[in-house]
Structure formats: C-alpha cells, structure tokens
Design a protein around this ligand. Structure first.
Ligand SMILES: Nc1ncnc2c1ncn2[C@@H]1O[C@H](COP(=O)(O)OP(=O)(O)O)[C@@H](O)[C@H]1O
Ligand SMILES: [Mg+2]
Length: 242
C-alpha cells in the first residue's frame, strides 16, 4: 500500500481557454497536514475540485491511496473517503444543525457508526452540540464553518480537503477552528488545507506548497517556509529590508 494519501503529478486544469493549474505536483502523506497557500486566483480551489472530480483535469494524474482517480466519478471518490469542505461553507440554511450533520453520513448505512460520529462531532465542536435543533442559517459564520467541517467528518473520511476555513471569520473563531483541525489530524485523518492566511497555515501544517498563478513556486516544511525571506516579504507582510 502507498504511504501517500494523495499523489498529484503534472496536474493541469483549464476552464475553456483559461489554464488555471499549470502542471503542479504535490504529495500528502498519510496522517499529514499539508497546506496549499497562494494569492486569490492562484489555482487552489481548482486543484481541490479536480481531486474530487468536480473539474476534470486536462492532463496529469491524481492518485488516492495509490489508486489512479482518472475517470472515477465524484460520488465514488467521496465514498472512498475524501471529503471536500468548500469555500464559503455551503450549509443547508433552512435545515437544522442535526439534519445537516445527518446528510454528511447519508452514504453510511450503519446507524451505530453514525451516532458515534455525531457524538465525536459534538465533542469536537460543543457549540454545535448546543444548537442541534437550530436552523443552520441562524448560526454565526464561524459556527457554519464548524458545521461544514463536522458534516465532512460524518462521512468518516480518510482525507479532508479544506478550502479557506478562516475566510471572513473573527480571529477568535479562526483560532478555535484551527485547534479543531489539529485535533482532527491527531485522530489520524489526513488534511490538505487551502488557505490565504499564510501565517496560520504555516503554523498549522507540517509541509506547504506555494502556488503562484497555477504553478508551485516554493515547497518545503512549514518551519522552513516560515523563515524564508521570500515568504516573509510576499505573504507575511514583512518588509524585506527590515
Ligand atoms: N468556473 C470557472 N470558470 C472560469 N474560470 C475560472 C473558474 N473557476 C476559476 N477560474 C479561474 O481560474 C483561476 C484559478 O482560480 P481558483 O482555482 O478559484 O483560485 P484560488 O482558489 O487560488 O483563488 C482564476 O484565474 C479564476 O478566475
Ligand atoms: Mg479559492
């Protein structure tokens, strides 16, 4: 069996004539937290969408636990253990928190496992536990992000793809959500984290890839990249001359 949860080679993604991802390669080891960072429009979301088959690559390969995903439909990829938590959260606002969570496990037939996972989500996000009967649309942005992550966990994934979980949230909630991401990783789930908040991403992940206009410009351990002057100047808002 492959030691890699995810192995991407020379991936290219295009929308009509616009090439959004220009031949990137990246690896995510089993149980690792890897972050994909880069400015708006760099191709981060397109990469995540192509992993779950929502946008077909024009070339390149994507392997999930050693298995080539070419031609595999999204529902199969999800059933095989990949959960995408999309940008902007997308919870079902007129449904209750509990119903949103239950939807996350609709592929799983056994009731016992479902209840155990619901309990795990509530332990991880006590705020959701207090609001199970509440309509999801009435939650704060941070709580909706928690719900989106918890819903992904309800499907018992092996790999979670998180698309900008910090976007638009108050710092206190962001800190809580990133604590939870670390907890999730401790439970053995592999995480590919897309973030524009470079500082936070490099504090959370073990390794990082920096995307610039659809290409991997830099890669390495998060600790190395935190000290890299190019990263400090371009992404951490530090003056290189200082
Ligand atoms: N559905 C789409 N149709 C056309 N162009 C798109 C679409 N989605 C993204 N793009 C373009 O692809 C590029 C990469 O976008 P995206 O993957 O969303 O980047 P990021 O998530 O890093 O902000 C951008 O130039 C964007 O305008
Ligand atoms: Mg994006």
């Amino acid at each position: 069996m492959s030691d890699l949860a995810l192995e991407i080679r020379d991936l290219r993604v295009a929308y009509g004539g616009i090439v959004a991802v220009k031949g990137i390669s990246l690896d995510v080891g089993r149980g690792e937290i890897v972050t994909l960072i880069g400015a708006n429009g760099a191709g981060k979301t397109s990469t995540l969408k192509s992993i779950v088959g929502l946008v077909p690559p024009i070339s390149g390969t994507i392997r999930l636990f050693g298995r080539d995903l070419r031609g595999v439909p999204t529902h199969r990829i999800v059933a095989d253990g990949v959960a995408l938590v999309p940008e902007g959260r997308a919870v079902f606002s007129s449904m209750s928190v509990r119903e949103n969570l239950e939807l996350g496990s609709f592929l799983k037939r056994e009731k016992a496992g479902r209840e155990a996972r619901l309990e795990r989500c509530v332990r991880l996000f006590p705020r959701l536990g207090e609001r199970l009967a509440q309509e999801a649309g009435t939650l704060s942005g941070g709580e909706q992000q928690m719900l989106a992550i918890a819903r992904a966990l309800m499907g018992d994934p092996k790999l979670i793809l998180l698309d900008e979980p910090s976007l638009g949230l108050a710092p206190k909630l962001v800190a809580q959500i990133f604590e939870s991401i670390l907890e999730i990783a401790k439970s053995g789930i592999t995480i590919l984290l897309v973030e524009q908040n470079t500082r936070l991403a490099l504090e959370t992940a073990e390794r990082a890839y920096v995307l610039v206009t659809g290409e991997v410009a830099l890669q390495g351990s998060a600790a190395e990249l935190r000290e890299d002057p190019r990263i400090r100047a371009a992404y951490l808002g530090e003056d290189p001359a200082a």
